[in-house]
Structure formats: structure tokens, C-alpha cells
Design a protein around this ligand. Structure first.
Ligand code: ADP
Ligand code: MG
Length: 252
């Protein structure tokens, strides 16, 4: 199985404080990995650094994506190469209709891969198919990106983007936060529909519950800026039963 993402001994600081202290993680093509850990362990920091969000200083280590140095690429280049991050807190973009945002983002990714833009009818057909299956009303797509969306609608909008952009790596940061059980089920079904041999997923959560819906191949425990344990899906159940305290002591 080919390696898709290799994070090696990654050290990251924010405002001169080290948050990730030598984090190592390897994700093969087609695998679904869960990263679990208490609040403040650095899960979102890791996802932001992979996606290229500004404001983080990488002081050591490397990230390879499809064998290439990801840290040298601009965020849009990473997206065009197939990196997608569904944010824990999706940003609102007032004044930019969701539909226009989706189309512009999709076409700019296609363009940088040397592909043709999608025609308007083809684009609309794809958006309608996917939004229909996610229960997203067409009316919502005319509104500003995430403006006035409920928590569940924001997360479904992230899954819609994933389905349209067809990334090879999807990072889902606490997709379950703020979702009721029905919204969680719909969003998870959308994610599961995107599981494919050429697509990997990193599902970040601090509750085991999400992993009942999106069943991972590998589970990692993160504590204090490091991966402190990795195992199969049963590790999530063990965590649910025993909590994170033992790992926090071990990491300290
Ligand atoms: P998690 O997603 O696991 O809850 P985060 O990656 O959000 O953890 O945060 C890890 C640590 O880094 C926390 O102690 C947090 O306060 C700190 N941190 C994250 N972002 C910033 C920032 N922009 N400025 C200062 N500290 C930050
Ligand atoms: Mg977080």
C-alpha cells in the first residue's frame, strides 16, 4: 500500500510556544485514521499545519505528501494536490454566495492541475446531486458561505465541498462538535460515501461516538503535542472506558 502522508518528528510553535513536540504519523492510501486526544493536545494545530494555515512556525521535522515536501507549498497548491481540511469552526464569508465559492474553488483547483473548468450545467448537476444526498436545500447555496448556517449545516457544507473537490486526503477536525445525532448521522453518511481506495481520511475527535459512524482502520492517541499510542479501532473503545489521564501522565 502506497504511503500518502508522512509526518516526521514535527515540531510546531505558535507565538514562541511549542505546541507540537515531535509528532510522527504515517497514513497510507485508502486508510481512515482517527486522532483522539483531550482538548489542547494539539489536534487542530496539526490539521492547520497540514493545510497550511498561516500563523504557525514549523521549527523541526517534515511533512511529505505523495512524497513531496508539503511545507514548501502554498495553501492553494496543497488543496490542488488533494489536501482538504474540514475546519472545526468553519469560517463565514459574508458577501460570497456558497454556490460561487464552490465553483471558484473547484475551478481554480482544476486549473492548477491543468484540467479544464467544469461547464455550468455539469457543475450544477454535480452540486445538485451531492447537496441532495446531504439534505442541503438549494436555497442555502445562495446564501453567503456559512453565514447564518446552523452547526449541522456548516458541517454538511464541508462534506459538500469534500464531495465536489474529491481530495485524496480529507482531514475532519471535530466534525461531531455541535451536531445533534441526526445531523451527525447525515454528515457521517456523506463522509462514508467518500471512502475510496485512493482517498485517505484523518478523523479528529475527542469522543468515541463519531467512530461508531466513521469506523477507522487506525486510531492514534495524542497528548501534549505528540502521538503517544496507536492501535486498531478497539483503542477508541478502551479510551472511552479509561479516559485520557494515563496518556497525559505518560506524555508529561
Ligand atoms: P486541540 O485541537 O487538540 O484541542 P489545539 O491545537 O487547538 O488543540 O491547541 C493546542 C494548544 O495550542 C493549546 O494549548 C492552545 O491554547 C494552543 N494554541 C493553539 N492555537 C494558538 C494560538 N493561535 N495562539 C496561542 N496558543 C495557541
Ligand atoms: Mg481542536
Amino acid at each position: 500500500m502506497a504511503v500518502l502522508l508522512e509526518v516526521k518528528d514535527l515540531q510546531v510553535s505558535v507565538a514562541d510556544r511549542e505546541i507540537l513536540h515531535g509528532l510522527t504519523l504515517t497514513v497510507n492510501e485508502g486508510e481512515v485514521h482517527a486522532i483522539m486526544g483531550p482538548n489542547g493536545s494539539g489536534k487542530s494545530t496539526l490539521s492547520h499545519v497540514i493545510a497550511g494555515k498561516p500563523g504557525y512556525e514549523v521549527t523541526g521535522g517534515e511533512i511529505l505528501f505523495k512524497g513531496e515536501n508539503l511545507l514548501e507549498m502554498e495553501p492553494n497548491e496543497r488543496a490542488a494536490k488533494g489536501v482538504f481540511l474540514a475546519f472545526q469552526y468553519p469560517v463565514e464569508i459574508p458577501g460570497v454566495a456558497t454556490m460561487n465559492f464552490l465553483r471558484t474553488a473547484l475551478n481554480s483547483q482544476r486549473k492548477s492541475r491543468g484540467e479544464d473548468e467544469l461547464s455550468t450545467p455539469d457543475f450544477l448537476k454535480r452540486v445538485r446531486e451531492v447537496s441532495g444526498s446531504l439534505g442541503i436545500p438549494q436555497e442555502m447555496l445562495k446564501r453567503g458561505v456559512n453565514v447564518g448556517f446552523s452547526g449541522g449545516e456548516k458541517k454538511r457544507n464541508e462534506v459538500l465541498q469534500m464531495a465536489l473537490f474529491q481530495p485524496s486526503l480529507c482531514i475532519l477536525d471535530e466534525m461531531d462538535s455541535g451536531l445533534d445525532i441526526d445531523a451527525l448521522r447525515i454528515a457521517s453518511e456523506g463522509v462514508n460515501a467518500l471512502r475510496a481506495p485512493n482517498r485517505s481520511m484523518v478523523v479528529i475527535t475527542h469522543y468515541q461516538r463519531l467512530l461508531d459512524y466513521i469506523v477507522p482502520d487506525v486510531v492514534h492517541v495524542m497528548s501534549k503535542g505528540k502521538v503517544v499510542r496507536s492501535g486498531g479501532k478497539e483503542l477508541a473503545l478502551e479510551l472511552e472506558a479509561n479516559g485520557y489521564a494515563q496518556y497525559q501522565e505518560a506524555a508529561a
